[in-house]
Each structure stands twice: as C-alpha cells, then as structure tokens.
Write a protein that binds this ligand. Structure first.
Ligand SMILES: Cc1cc2nc3c(=O)[nH]c(=O)nc-3n(C[C@H](O)[C@H](O)[C@H](O)COP(=O)(O)O)c2cc1C
Length: 333
C-alpha cells in the first residue's frame, strides 16, 4: 500500500497529472471513473487566488466523486503562497500540491514553477512554511533540475521530505529540456533508492503504454506513475494499465461508439460546469484523441471544433458514431 499522509492508495497508484486547461473537474471525474487513483487540478496562481481572480477561483471547484483530489498551486512569494493555502483549504481538497516544475517563461521569470530550481533553499523553505501552515498533506511536483549540469534531485527530494513534504512527483526532464527529447527515469530511480527516502516517489514523463508504466514499477522501482498526455481524450488509459498489470494482457480497446459516448458525456459535463460557451470551447482539445485513427477524421474534426453551438458538436459525434460505431482502433502499443 502507498500512503500520502493518511490517504491510503493501492500499490503502484496511477495519478492524473495536473494539466492547464485539461485537468478540469469533468475530465478528472472521467479519469477517476476509469481507474485514476489520485487526480490533480491544473495549476492555480497563488497571486490570482489572493486577488480573487475569477479564473483562478473557478479552478478550485471539485466534485465529491473525484476524490482523492490534489489542488496544485504555484508562486514564489511566501506570503502569497501561505494566503492561498488558506483559500484552498476552504474548498476541502485532500492534498495541496506545489508546482515547482512549470517551464514556461512567464512563470519561471517570476521565480515560480521550475524557476525555483535555481534556488533550492527557497524551494525548501517555501515547502516547510506551507507544511506548517496546514493540516492537509503537501506534495510537490517538480523536474530533474534546471538544466543537465545542475541536476541535484536526490538531495532536493530528501530535503523536501525532511521538511514534511508527503510525496514527490518527478517529471524526468530538466527545465532546459521543456518537452523535448525523452524523459529520463534513471535519476528518479536514484531518488527512490536513497535509503533515507520514505515518502512515495512518483515517476512522470512519457508513459503512454502499459509496458512503460510497468517498466517504471519493475525496472525503476518507483512507487507510482503520474500520467498526463496519454490520458487527454483517452481516460481509458488508466484501466488499460491496471488490466495489463493484473493479467499481462491488453484490455480490449473501446469501440468508436464507446469513444463517442465518452466525448458526449465529457462535453455535457463541461457545459454543465462552465456554461455552453466555455464548455464547447475548452473540450475541443480532447477530440483528436477521442477519435484518433478514424479515416478522414479531419472533416469531422472541423465540424467539432469550428462551431460554437453544442448542438453542432453533438451532431458531429452522431455522424462519426453512425459511420464507425463498431470499429475498434488501438490507441496504444
Ligand atoms: C497541456 C499541458 C498542460 C500542463 N499543465 C501543467 C500544470 O498545470 N501543472 C504541472 O505541474 N504540470 C503541467 N503539465 C506537465 C504535466 O503535468 C506532465 O508533467 C508532463 O506532461 C509530462 O507527463 P506526460 O508525458 O505523461 O504528459 C502540463 C502538460 C501539458 C501537456
């Protein structure tokens, strides 16, 4: 069994990664239904929260059915981070996660996200202050280091643990790599192999087949796996990994009719949650994956992503289902 604070999770839990504009309540709920053991919100700006910026505050919404859920916040200012912990606590998440991994310039330039990898002392002291400020478990998501020459993740993880961080998820890239090249899980394994580490160490980066998840567990010895891009428009991925672990065989992939049904539910939940305009707009990025592999998908996709009216999108789903309903197209392997 793996534990984050007092939260008990199955062996080798699968975590839905925090993803901006992706990991919203409807998508998290679908991933949870399909086997995710822990889900994280997209990152939320601590400065936005304390200004009461509507966009940041809306990101605090959680559904009961998606628990355990971690709310992820970012920032580099101690006072703002502590005040945002107080705001986040009121919405009763199970976990508060700190983003020390976001590589984008506008975040990094303020010393937040992966920017803090240049100042490990600040990273540790911010974490310590947040741990002391709340009874909720604090977890950290980070990268291997700022760049190849400054990887000190073994030491960093140990120091975070020692100030009370309850779990660490590590994306096997440096900030300098952004999303290029492939993730290196060996340094994450070194973190896990450190005799002094006792909190869960979760691996992240490029897991898009059940075999890769298994490699993270068996070859790299990690405690669980955080999955991002492979789940976009494909929430089945979590159960596919679990089935493979249990049986050594692939779970039968969904039919296009099942994919269409998932896309319909996703869109409807998004509309119910954020209204018809944002609901239609923000679900668009999932369609390419929901319908991956369909012949001549482009023409259907155009209908799904160009109309602002949900009715047209649902009609495009119906068309795809009528044409290809029984087909199964492998997504993985
Ligand atoms: C669209 C998108 C948005 C992301 N937003 C966040 C975020 O808000 N917080 C964060 O910690 N990481 C974010 N990430 C990084 C992912 O959590 C994850 O570390 C990365 O995608 C590697 O995992 P994967 O190969 O399984 O996708 C984002 C990634 C993507 C693709």
């Amino acid at each position: 069994m793996v534990k984050i604070g007092n939260i008990e999770l199955p062996d080798f839990p699968l975590l839905l990664a925090p993803m901006e504009d992706v990991s919203d309540p409807p998508f998290r709920a679908l991933c949870k239904e399909n086997g995710a053991d822990v889900v994280y919100t997209e990152f939320i700006s601590s400065e936005g929260l304390i200004r009461d910026a509507a966009k940041s505050v809306m990101k605090l919404d959680i559904y009961e059915k998606e628990r355990p859920v971690g709310i992820q916040i970012f920032g580099a200012n101690l006072d703002s981070m502590l005040r945002s912990v107080e705001i986040v606590e009121k919405t009763k998440p199970d976990i508060i996660d700190i983003n020390f991994g976001c590589p984008v310039k506008k975040v990094v330039s303020k010393g937040a996200g992966a920017g803090i990898l240049k100042d490990v002392d600040l990273m540790v002291s911010l974490t310590e202050a947040m741990v002391k400020h709340t009874n909720l478990p604090i977890t950290v998501k980070t990268r291997l280091g700022w760049d190849h020459d400054s990887i000190r993740i073994v030491e960093v993880a140990e120091r975070l643990q020692d100030v009370g961080c309850k779990a660490i998820s590590i994306h096997g890239r440096t900030r300098a790599q952004m999303y290029k090249g492939s993730a290196d899980w060996a340094p994450i394994s070194e973190v896990k192999n450190n005799q002094r580490m006792h909190i869960p160490v979760f691996g992240n980066g490029d897991v898009d087949t059940p075999e890769k998840a298994m490699e993270m567990r068996d070859r790299y010895g990690l405690d669980g796996c955080m999955i991002g891009r492979a789940a976009i428009g494909y929430p089945w991925f979590f159960n596919e990994v679990k089935h493979y672990f249990k049986t050594g065989e692939y779970l039968e992939v969904p039919t296009i009719a099942q994919r269409t049904e998932m896309a319909r539910r996703h869109l409807q939940m998004a509309i119910d949650w954020k209204g018809p305009i944002l609901g239609v707009f923000e679900t668009r990025r999932h369609y390419t994956n929901y319908f991956k592999g369909i012949p001549h998908f482009k023409e259907h996709r155009m209908k799904m992503v160009t109309s602002d009216d949900a009715k047209d999108v649902f009609a495009a789903f119906d068309e795809v289902e009528a044409k290809f309903g029984d087909t199964r197209i492998p997504q993985i392997g």
